[in-house]
Design a protein around this ligand. Structure first.
Ligand code: BDP
Length: 326
């Protein structure tokens, strides 16, 4: 055992010497629910490469993909506690913790990907990232999460009436529970990793997500009706634990902020490519994609959700400013 360890250590040393790299002085552990190769995972790995290069090999990131560190709601808590250094998550599971994140999670708040980019890249995006600072977290960057649509195992949804009586899994956020209720269906908040078997065993009829997640999870195998109603465009966010952040020098904090920002354009390219690829896989598998859908009744049904969640002047102001962005 000891001999083996010594052998391995020697091997590691040779490899480091051979590549000319210094050993990482600080390795940040970063969580992601998605598998290797998914755009969010690849983007944080790319950020890690930038960081290593710019710090002369001192600062590294190790991505624990495939929910190795747990489901999102739990990993968020762990990140707040400083057990996990970095986390790439949807904004959805932050809604019940950080009020400001709700505005980007409202149904139909963004008119297009371009509108969403203009908002998150601008001062409103910065304000919402800053709100993480009051919750033991440091907001670093937004990633793309595409638009989310409903899928189920029972029947094609061609109108809002077809939603009646179906049960859908949503992310653990009251905004999404109220959204599904307002559409006449039943909402079941549940961790992402439990959805496949819940659909397969008939505990729920379906869920809602973007093309890449619908594909990578295999949900399309058990829920073969996908309706492109595109009710949500929730950005993804990369955050750091405030405790881990505080241990770094100001210079290293600057390197991390910059590397996160510089990973965003790369992430957007990866995302666009994966969206197209996932759509192709899912269609080729024979999923019935319902494209002709009048979104107006869906949009109109969301009034009570806005009423219920946009409750303060600060939130009303944010929503109005988002809508005013060209
Ligand atoms: C995916 C997000 C991921 C969420 C998941 C979900 O990328 O962060 O965990 O949806 O629905 O699109 O929970």
């Amino acid at each position: 055992m000891t001999a083996l360890r010594t052998g391995l250590a020697a091997l590691a040393a040779t490899t480091a010497l051979a590549t000319g790299a210094l050993a990482c002085e600080i390795t940040l552990r970063s969580s992601d629910t998605h598998p290797e190769g998914y755009p969010t995972v690849a983007a944080v790995e790319y950020m890690g490469d930038l960081l290593e290069e710019r710090s002369g090999g001192r600062l590294c990131i190790e991505v624990y993909h495939s929910a190795q560190l747990g489901q999102e709601a739990d990993t968020i808590e762990q990140t707040q506690l400083g057990v996990i250094d970095m986390n790439r998550v949807s904004l959805g599971p932050f809604n019940n913790i950080i009020e400001e994140t709700k505005v980007f999670s409202l149904p139909f708040i963004f008119r297009s990907t371009e509108h969403m980019h203009a908002v998150v890249d601008g001062e409103i995006g910065d304000e919402v990232l800053a709100a993480f600072g009051h919750h033991n977290l440091v907001g670093l960057a937004y990633f793309d999460g595409g638009s989310r649509s409903f899928y189920n195992s029972e029947r094609p949804i061609r109108s809002i009436e077809d939603m009646a009586g179906l049960s859908f899994r949503v992310m653990q956020s009251d905004v999404f529970v109220d959204m599904v209720d307002a559409l006449g269906a039943n909402a079941t908040p549940m961790p992402f990793g439990e959805v496949y078997s819940a659909i397969q065993t008939g505990v729920i009829d379906g869920a809602e997500n973007n093309w890449p997640s619908y594909e990578s999870t295999g949900h399309f195998e058990v829920a073969g009706y996908y309706t492109l109603n595109q009710h949500l465009m929730v950005p993804e966010v990369l955050v750091m634990s405030q405790a881990s952040w505080n241990r770094l020098s100001a210079e290293d904090q600057g390197l991390i902020r910059q590397a996160a920002r510089d990973a965003v354009p790369h992430m957007r390219e990866l995302w666009a490519a994966r969206e197209a690829a996932s759509e192709e896989i899912v269609r080729a598998a024979g999923v019935e994609v319902i494209e002709e859908i009048d979104k107006t009744p869906f949009i109109e049904a969301m009034a009570p959700v806005y009423e219920r969640h946009v409750t303060s002047d600060a939130l009303r102001d944010l929503v109005a400013r988002i809508q005013a962005v060209e």
